[in-house]
Design a protein around this ligand. Structure first.
Ligand SMILES: O=C(c1ccc(-c2ccco2)nc1O)N(Cc1ccccn1)C1CC1
Length: 423
């Protein structure tokens, strides 16, 4: 047997397999970081745990054989390889969690802190499941278009690299727009890092972005097919991070007038009640498009009908077919569809019914307070509705007014699905 072992060990050494195993004694490859100080003839070393170390018994035995120069039995070598494979499968994966903070007192949008580059530059970005460009106010944005926003300066980041010859340009449904060039750099959200994230630097932003002083850029969480970078389109932060996540998901927990969270890689049971109802997602052309099973106005009967639309964290309001919206505002005294104000308005003193929408057999009720969206001007007694008609858009949109009423799982598995739960 010894002969066999000698041959085997020699073979391993020749094949370099032995080198796949840790170097021999004298190194600290024991999964514990060793830090300490030298000098003045004294040395003290404080050992710290390596959180990612997984103890491997077979490997410990293997080292002992090596330590005493005894040929390693075949079954130990097999056990080391088997347990290595097991550990590789269990390698600790990544997750992230970051706050979603409303930028004003009507929840028109939410921002989340991110860090870019080395040393890290912190910006507050609007996470937008309705688009797939990650763009930021930057040192390339004309000063006349910057009004208090934080900017990303690639020339102050030692890890920034220009994507030569790449540009981007996007126009959003509300008419806002931006364009510019592209860098890749280290990018972190809530403890979750991507080394070479495409960061699109703005050379031009439209007036609505300039005037939104609390938003330093957008982080697209739509499908990467929507990304506008040319000649080579880029991946979203989620697509880049997905492979290293415990689970290929992100969740959205937006709140009314309070900080919610975006979680990446895990589903936090503390954030919802009951069951999550998952439904299919149509990824064409690149939005999180799903079909709702119907609606009810206030305590009225539920109307079962398919309402196909997108879950869009980047849109403030809910935009649905005119028939549904008129059925809703018929229950609101003094409500009119105003050309002046660009949508349904009503006396702020009017009582508003709730609005319930279905996802499969589940039912989600949007409180009246979310639909009494805001006075059309400060101090006005006329209020703008949080539910508006989608007829001019060509797409139904479940924006923040609806998302605030639920805990939503954006499941990036293959095929993608979207899950809705009460909270
Ligand atoms: O704002 C956008 C939107 C987002 C991304 C893109 C785009 C163009 C090229 C790549 O992405 N185009 C949009 O238009 N909404 C919401 C919307 C539409 C209409 C009115 C108001 N809100 C898209 C998700 C539907």
């Amino acid at each position: 047997m010894i002969v066999t072992n000698l041959v085997l060990t020699a073979a391993l050494a020749v094949l370099g397999l032995a080198s796949a195993l840790p170097p021999k004694i004298g190194t600290t490859n024991i999964g514990e970081g060793v830090s300490g100080s030298l000098g003045g003839g004294r040395a003290t070393f404080k050992q710290t745990r390596n959180p990612r170390y997984r103890f491997n018994g077979a490997r410990a035995v293997y080292r002992t054989y090596l330590k005493y120069g005894v040929p390693v039995p075949e079954d130990i070598i097999k056990a080391v390889k088997y347990t290595d494979a097991l550990h590789a499968a269990q390698v600790e994966r990544d997750t992230g969690s970051a706050a979603a903070v409303p930028i004003d007192d009507v929840d028109i949008a939410y921002v989340t802190p991110v860090t870019i580059g080395t040393p890290p530059q912190t910006l507050q970005l609007d996470f937008d499941t309705g688009s797939s460009d990650l763009w930021v106010f930057s040192s390339h944005t004309p000063a006349s278009q910057v009004r208090g926003q934080e900017i990303y300066s690639p020339n102050k980041s030692s890890t920034a690299k220009l994507l030569e010859g790449h540009t981007w340009s996007i126009t959003y449904g509300d008419g806002s727009a931006s364009r510019g060039n592209v860098y890749v750099d280290n990018f972190t959200v809530g403890g979750l890092s991507v080394a070479q994230q495409a960061v699109q630097t703005a050379q031009q932003v439209s007036s609505s972005f300039t005037s939104e002083t609390n938003i330093d850029g957008l982080l697209g969480l739509g499908f990467s097919t929507l990304n506008t970078v040319s000649p080579k389109s880029q991946l979203t932060f989620f697509d880049n991070a997905k492979a290293s996540l415990d689970s290929p998901v992100f969740t959205v927990d937006l709140k009314a007038q309070a900080a919610g969270t975006y979680d990446f890689g895990f589903i936090d049971k503390a954030k919802y009640t009951g069951e999550i109802t998952y439904v299919p997602v149509n990824t064409n052309p690149g939005y999180w498009t799903f079909t709702s099973s119907g609606y009810a106005v206030g305590s009225g009967s539920f109307s079962s009908q398919s309402i196909t639309g997108i879950a869009d964290t980047g849109t403030s309001l809910v935009y649905l077919p005119t028939a549904i919206v008129t059925a809703y505002y018929r229950q609101v005294s003094g409500a009119t569809n105003s050309r002046n104000y660009g949508g349904y308005v009503f006396p702020c003193s009017s009582a508003l019914p709730t609005f319930t929408f279905g996802v499969g057999d589940a039912r989600f009720t949007i409180p009246s307070s979310y639909i009494s969206y805001s006075p059309i001007a400060p101090g006005s007694s006329t209020c703008f509705g949080g539910l508006q008609s989608s007829s001019g858009l060509g797409i139904n949109i479940w924006g923040d007014v609806a998302l605030k009423a639920a805990f939503v799982v954006f499941n990036g598995a293959n095929p993608p699905t979207i899950g809705w739960a009460k909270k």
